[in-house]
Design a protein around this ligand. Structure first.
Ligand code: SF4
Ligand code: SF4
Length: 536
C-alpha cells in the first residue's frame, strides 16, 4: 500500500499522539505485559500487543514464575522462494549425509574403494583422492579451522543462515515437521488432534508417526557408522549380528538422540541448548543481514477492514499472524530480533503472500541490515541486500578462509609419498667388534603412502667408510645402499646395522630413502653414530 501515510512519503517517521508517554512492564498470570512501543513504533491502544492501559502509572512487580512451560509449535505449511530454497538445501544435505558412504572411489587393489572413509583400524582418513595419515593430522585440524572460519564468514555475511538452512538440527526438525504434516495434517488439524482425547484414531496416528520418526532416526544412526567402515560390508555384518559392538551402540545412541532432538525437542535445542546462537549474536552488528520486521511500516497494526475505514491510522501489518503461524520456532518476529529466530525466512514468504493478497508492497518482513532499516525508516535510499555481503569483515574472513584452503591444497599437492623415521638402539648404543670396528643398530620405518608396492633405496650419507646391512640381507652383502620393497599403503620396519672401521669417532650422518620409480621421491633423516671415542 503506497502513500497511505503522508509522513512516510516525506521520509519522516510519523509521530503519533502519546509518543512520549511513560510505559512499564507488569506480570499478570505469569505473562509479561507491557505498554512499551513495539521496537521503534509507537504502540496504540488498538494495537494487539499485550499492554496495560497507557494512562496507568508505571508499576514494578517481580515475576511470579521463573519457568515458562513450552508451547508446542504447530507451524503451518507455506510456499514461497525461501521455502523452496529450504527444500533444496534439505534435499542436498540429506543426500550428502545418507549417500556419501555409498560413493566408490578406485584406489587400486591395496586400498579401500570407499570415497569417504575414516579407517580407524588402519589409522587413515580417505576423502576421494586425498589420503590423510596419522602424522598428517594437521590437515584435519586445518579442515576444522576452515569449517569454523566458514561459519564466521556465513554469519558475518548473511547472519544466521547456517541455523536457518543447513544446521543438522534445523534439517532434521524440518524433516520431522513434514512428517507431522503428512500424518496429522496441517497446523489446525494437528492442533485439533493434540487437544483431542486419546482414542483409537489418535493412537493409530501417533503410532504411525513415531514409527516413521524411528525409521528416520535409525537410518540416521546407521548412515553415521558407514563413514567408519566399508558400507556394503558393514550393512551385511550389521544385520547378520557380526558387526563390532561399537557399531550397535553408536546406532542406538544416534537413533535415540535423533528421535528426541528432531522429534520432540526441536526449537528448544536452538533456543536453550545450542551455544552457537549466543556466539553468533556477539559476532553480528548493525551491518549483518537479519530477517527484520519493518515496524515503521507495519505499525500500528489493523485489519484490512479497519484500514479501509481510516487509512491514515494504520500501518501495513494486518495482524493476521501468518508470520507466527509458519515459524518453525514459534516466535513473533514483530517483537524484534531475538535469539529464537533462526532466520529461515519462512515468515517472509508468509507475509509477502499476505501483502500480495491485500495489495500492498512485499517486504514488510524482509532480509535487511539494521543500518538499512534505520535509513529506510528515515526515508533515505538503501542498498540492495546483496551489497551487505561486501564489507571489510566479510572480505577479511573470506581471504583468511581462502588462504588456508589454498595453503592446504598446495601442501597436499607437493607432499612426498615416502617417509622415513629412524630409531637408534640405545642399549647398548654401539657394539665393539673383535676387529676393532664399531657397529650401531637402527630401526628404520619406511613409509609408502601410495596404493602400490614400491621399491626403495636406503642409502647412507656421510659416515666415511661405513657399510650397512639388514636383518634380511646379511653382513656378506653389506654396502652403502640397500633396497627394500615396501607394500602398498604400509609402513615397513627394517632393522639396519651400520658398521664403521676402527678409529671412527661419534658423528652425525643421514639415511636417505628414494623410491625406485619414475617419481624418484626421496626423504632424508638425520641420525647419530656412537663410538667409544666420543664426539668429534
Ligand atoms: S504476516 Fe505480515 S501482515 Fe500478517 S501479522 Fe505477520 S507481519 Fe503482519
Ligand atoms: S521469525 Fe521468521 S525467520 Fe525467524 S525463525 Fe521464525 S519464520 Fe524463521
Amino acid at each position: 500500500m503506497k502513500n497511505r501515510d503522508p509522513g512516510r512519503a516525506s521520509g519522516e517517521r510519523p509521530r503519533r499522539e502519546g509518543e512520549n508517554r511513560d510505559w512499564s512492564v507488569v506480570v499478570e498470570d505469569g505473562r509479561a505485559k507491557t505498554n512499551e512501543p513495539v521496537s521503534g513504533a509507537v504502540a496504540e491502544p488498538e494495537a494487539t500487543t499485550l499492554r496495560h492501559e497507557p494512562h496507568e502509572p508505571p508499576r514494578q512487580q517481580l515475576p511470579t514464575k521463573l519457568f515458562e512451560k513450552r508451547t508446542k509449535v504447530h507451524n503451518k505449511r507455506i510456499d514461497g522462494p525461501f521455502r523452496r530454497f529450504k527444500w533444496f538445501v534439505m534435499f542436498v544435505t540429506l543426500a550428502i549425509y545418507y549417500g556419501t558412504p555409498w560413493i566408490r572411489w578406485d584406489r587400486g587393489p591395496y586400498a579401500p574403494d570407499q570415497a569417504v572413509l575414516v579407517d580407524l583400524a588402519n589409522r587413515r582418513f580417505y576423502m576421494f583422492g586425498i589420503e590423510i595419515w596419522p602424522h598428517e593430522f594437521y590437515y584435519v585440524a586445518g579442515l576444522l579451522i576452515m569449517a569454523a572460519l566458514g561459519l564466521f564468514l556465513v554469519t558475518s555475511a548473511v547472519g544466521r543462515a547456517w541455523c536457518g538452512y543447513a544446521c543438522p538440527q534445523t534439517v532434521w526438525t524440518d524433516l520431522f515437521q513434514h512428517i507431522d504434516r503428512f500424518v496429522d495434517g496441517d497446523r489446525n488439524a494437528r492442533m485439533k488432534l493434540d487437544a483431542a482425547p486419546l482414542g483409537p484414531k489418535k493412537i493409530a496416528k501417533r503410532t504411525f508417526k513415531y514409527t516413521i520418526y524411528l525409521v528416520i532416526s535409525f537410518w540416521t544412526g546407521g548412515a553415521w557408522i558407514m563413514y567408519f567402515a566399508d558400507a556394503p560390508t558393514l550393512v551385511r555384518d550389521f544385520w547378520a549380528g557380526e558387526a563390532a559392538s561399537a557399531a550397535y551402540i553408536t546406532v542406538a545412541i544416534l537413533t535415540l538422540t535423533t528421535f528426541t532432538l528432531g522429534g520432540f525437542m526441536r526449537e528448544q535445542v536452538c533456543i536453550y541448548m545450542c551455544p552457537w546462537p549466543r556466539i553468533q549474536t556477539a559476532m553480528m552488528d548493525e551491518k549483518s543481514l537479519l530477517v527484520t520486521y519493518k515496524d515503521w511500516r507495519g505499525e500500528p497494526r489493523g485489519s484490512v477492514k479497519k484500514a479501509k475505514k481510516d487509512p491514515e491510522k494504520f500501518g501495513d501489518c494486518i495482524d493476521c499472524l501468518q508470520c507466527v503461524a509458519v515459524c518453525p520456532t514459534g516466535i513473533d518476529i514483530r517483537e524484534g530480533p531475538q535469539v529464537g529466530c533462526i532466520t529461515c525466512a519462512l515468515c517472509i514468504d508468509a507475509c509477502d503472500k499476505v501483502m500480495a493478497e491485500v495489495g500492498r508492497p512485499r517486504g514488510l518482513i524482509d532480509y535487511a541490515t539494521l543500518e538499512d532499516c534505520e535509513k529506510e525508516a528515515n526515508g533515505e535510499a538503501t542498498r540492495p541486500p546483496w551489497k551487505a555481503l561486501l564489507r571489510p569483515r566479510t572480505i577479511a574472513y573470506f581471504l583468511i578462509w581462502g588462504s588456508i584452503g589454498l595453503a592446504m591444497l598446495f601442501a597436499l599437492g607437493v607432499r612426498s609419498h615416502v617417509g622415513l623415521s629412524v630409531s637408534p638402539d640405545r642399549n647398548p648404543p654401539y657394539i665393539l667388534m673383535s676387529d676393532g670396528s664399531v657397529r650401531n643398530s637402527y630401526t628404520l620405518k619406511l613409509r609408502n603412502m601410495e596404493s602400490r608396492p614400491r621399491e626403495m633405496e636406503i642409502e647412507l650419507q656421510g659416515l666415511p667408510g661405513a657399510l650397512m646391512w639388514t636383518d634380511t640381507i646379511g653382513r656378506e652383502a653389506a654396502g652403502r645402499m640397500q633396497i627394500k620393497t615396501v607394500p602398498a599403503d604400509q609402513v615397513l620396519a627394517v632393522r639396519a646395522y651400520v658398521i664403521v672401521p676402527e678409529g671412527a669417532e661419534t658423528q652425525e650422518f643421514s639415511f636417505r630413502v628414494t623410491s625406485r620409480d619414475e617419481q624418484r621421491e626421496s626423504v632424508v633423516t638425520e641420525a647419530r653414530f656412537d663410538t667409544p671415542e666420543g664426539s668429534e
